[in-house]
Write a protein that binds this ligand. Structure first.
Ligand code: GTP
Ligand code: MG
Length: 429
């Protein structure tokens, strides 16, 4: 009896999200403080790639109907209306959407309504609309001549393959699929997919931009369209909608990317420069997803700066968070290399800079030649001046800005540099 009472109590306690104090005789019913955990869960749930099957809705069937004369039973003529068109499967870009986690695996338009008597056309099926973040690239799988079916594509190696650039001769050795990719010249695949032929059908970078993944089917004709003869008593069924297999891949849209080893102080710097509030912590990989911040410019426009998760040696081979975030670097027009000059992690700042540039270049050739500057952080800590001097020598011809994001010393110069970049995109080259 006592055991049962204890169980009931525990059950209720869990439901009401209360917590127990260390003193077993007293139970605190204060709600759990879950904010930090929620933020961590949100980061973990961040999804920046999604496989979606899109199906347009079935068209409604046409109607068989005959008009009748007043009270008599004599037929006056066929008047059955057409069925309504099936709904489309659509995605639309929205700045407030942060990831692809909310997208369902199956996006299916609604069925069109059947036609009615007196020539009434059935209403259109409802569109299935999913919102995606700005910067979503839409890949569509193409059927091969050999009849390869989309469902046999192996997704187990997602995030592990080497980069596949446009017009790339990706020698992953899977014979036919690679050949067909090269044959079309512009074809390529979503990163990490080893098989199948894929093409980019849309790149949604502007608010409200939409892409119809699968159009709804046509509604069937009613007998009004075939009013004479035998056919007057027939109707057409609705047609099925289009179908397609898609991969949605998010590549953040930012003008400037903050690139650095874990713990270098990227998030702290973004906090100091903009109104963004990324999480800061004294441990590696505090930031698990790209964070965007806007920096106001003197001319009233703004520049978007992305805080990218920490990059480590071997990231281009998918070490650390690897390709999951390197993908977000691709679109940045310029980079700020963030290096810690306090040598807190015993990595020399100039070595860190070499690692960062090398990883970018290994990931996508040409990336490290984009306009860039260096930010030496944590200058408030002791014994940083010698390291800073050597860094300036070794980083040439890149400019080096010394800052303490904590005390905000030197952050105005960084903001001015970003402002200057916006006016003249080759400003730092
Ligand atoms: N003294 C000092 N500490 C700093 C400065 N900038 C950052 N820190 C500290 O360095 C630690 C890491 O800072 P973050 O901003 O989280 O570093 P991060 O580069 O974003 O790290 P990841 O997200 O893990 O890659 C935190 O404990 C910060 O308080 C600085 O200018 N001076
Ligand atoms: Mg961070």
């Amino acid at each position: 009896m006592r055991r049962r009472a204890a169980f009931t109590f525990l059950h209720h306690a869990r439901l009401s999200r209360c917590r127990f104090t260390s003193d077993a005789s007293r139970v605190s019913l204060a709600p759990l403080r879950v904010h930090a955990d929620d933020a961590r869960e949100r980061d973990k749930a961040y999804v920046d790639r999604r496989r979606v099957r899109a199906v347009g809705g079935f068209g409604g069937s046409g109607c068989v109907s005959f008009a009748r004369d007043g009270g008599s039973r004599r037929r006056r003529g066929a008047d059955g209306g057409d069925g309504g068109r099936g709904g489309d499967a659509v995605i639309t870009a929205c700045g407030r959407t942060k990831g692809l986690g909310e997208i369902k695996n199956l996006l299916m338009g609604g069925r069109g309504k059947p036609g009615g008597s007196q020539g009434m056309i059935g209403s259109r099926g409802e569109d299935a609309i999913a919102t995606v973040p700005l910067g979503t690239v839409v890949w569509r799988e193409r059927f091969e001549d050999d009849g390869e079916h989309p469902d046999v594509v192996d997704t187990s190696n997602w995030g592990t393959s080497t980069p596949v650039a446009m017009n790339d001769d990706d020698g992953d050795g899977d014979g036919g699929a690679s050949t067909s990719t090269r044959r079309e010249g512009g074809w390529t695949r979503p990163r990490g997919l080893g098989r199948g032929a894929w093409e980019i059908v849309a790149d949604l970078t502007a608010e409200g931009q939409t892409c119809v993944l699968a159009a709804g089917g046509r509604g069937g004709k009613g007998n009004r369209r075939m009013p004479v003869g035998k056919e007057a008593g027939t109707r057409e069924p609705g047609e099925p909608g289009e179908e397609g297999s898609y991969v949605l891949e998010l590549k953040s849209v930012a003008d400037v990317g903050l690139i650095g080893l874990p713990n270098a102080g990227k998030s702290t710097l973004l906090r100091a420069l903009s109104n963004a509030t990324p999480r800061v912590g004294s441990y590696a990989f505090t930031t698990m997803q790209p964070q965007l911040g806007a920096i106001e410019r003197s001319n009233g426009t703004s520049i978007t700066v992305a805080d990218i998760p920490g990059l480590i040696k071997g990231a281009h081979e998918n070490r650390g968070l690897g390709h999951n975030f390197l993908r977000h670097i691709e679109r940045c027009e310029a980079f700020a290399y963030i290096v810690d000059v306090s040598c807190g992690d015993s990595v020399k700042p100039w070595d860190a800079l070499d690692v960062l540039r090398k990883e970018l270049e290994e990931y996508l050739p040409g990336l490290s030649s984009r306009p860039a500057f260096v930010v030496a952080t944590k200058t408030d800590l002791p014994n940083t001046s010698r390291a800073l001097k050597t860094l300036r020598e070794r980083a040439k011809p890149l400019r080096v800005y010394a800052v303490s994001a904590l005390t905000r010393d030197g952050t105005d110069a960084v903001r001015a540099a970003i402002d200057e970049f916006g006016g003249d995109k080759d400003g730092w080259a």
